[in-house]
Write a protein that binds this ligand. Structure first.
Ligand code: PEP
Length: 254
């Protein structure tokens, strides 16, 4: 059975005290509750909180930490950046790569993302690779071709053993932070399409073992229906991950 994941992307939010209150609430929940066998919770805080959170969550196998980005180089003169070896060295488990905000505001291309994925993998970090189309592309019915191109250019050069370490997050840009969620049918259709592309490239067994998350205005009221789709293996959650009262019911949606 493939892994279910609920991942919270805090983006550039929460002051230290707020981050501590939220992470304490999630840790307390994980301590006190039996999480399903194949389910994992991931927190992606701002980089400044990573080390503390990696240490606080270390005892809990089902609670892991993700960085929101990494640079493609291992070290060097890249002021303001963080490398995959640095993240791995402080106990970070995952790294989000290719979030639409990184693509849009920091001009990250499919090629740069390909390099970031390689750097993550060679440093024992599991990439959570984000893909997704904007509204204009969907309106033109080009969304499948667009996603296929993103996967081809950033992921499909990987060896089977490497792609097996990746998590994919389908995040339609028109649904991120807008309150507009993809319907469960739209999400299932795209997740199935993504899985079929992986199957074509790497075979059915690998495709069926890969976790594909949905992201875009996922909240307690719609998580259950989205997660009940056969190809939706959980969610990458933005806004609703900033409050334990919202995030915990999403974890409980499986
Ligand atoms: C995201 O940015 O990854 C995301 C899914 O955001 P939101 O849940 O706020 O739409």
């Amino acid at each position: 059975m493939r892994k279910h994941i609920v991942a919270g992307n805090w983006k550039m939010n929460l002051l230290a005290q707020e981050a501590e209150t939220l992470s304490n609430a999630i840790v307390a929940y994980i301590k006190q509750n039996q999480i399903e066998e194949n389910t994992e919770v991931i927190l992606a805080p701002p980089a400044i909180y990573l080390k503390e959170l990696a240490e606080a969550t270390e005892p809990f196998a089902k609670l892991n930490i993700a960085a929101q980005n990494c640079h493609q180089a291992a070290s060097g003169a890249f002021t303001g950046e963080l490398s995959a070896p640095m993240l791995s060295n402080i106990g970070v488990d995952y790294v989000i790569i290719g979030h639409s905000e990184r693509r849009l505001y920091f001009q990250e291309s499919n090629e740069v993302l390909r390099q970031k994925i390689l750097s993550a993998l060679s440093n024992d970090l599991q990439p959570i690779f984000c893909c997704g189309e904007d509204e204009a592309i969907r309106d033109q019915d080009q969304h499948e071709d667009f996603i296929a191109q993103q996967l081809k250019e950033s992921l499909f050069d990987l060896e089977a053993s490497e792609i097996a370490q990746c998590v994919i997050a389908y995040e339609p840009i028109w649904a991120i932070g807008t309150g507009k969620t993809a319907s469960s049918e739209q999400a299932q259709k795209m997740h199935h399409f993504i899985r079929s592309l992986i199957a074509k490239q790497y075979g059915n067994d690998l495709a069926n073992s890969m976790t594909i998350l949905y992201g875009g205005s996922c909240k307690p009221s719609n998580a259950k229906e989205l997660f009940s789709q056969p190809d939706v293996d959980g969610g990458l959650i933005g806004g609703a991950s900033l409050s334990a009262d919202q995030f915990i019911p999403i974890i409980e949606s499986f």
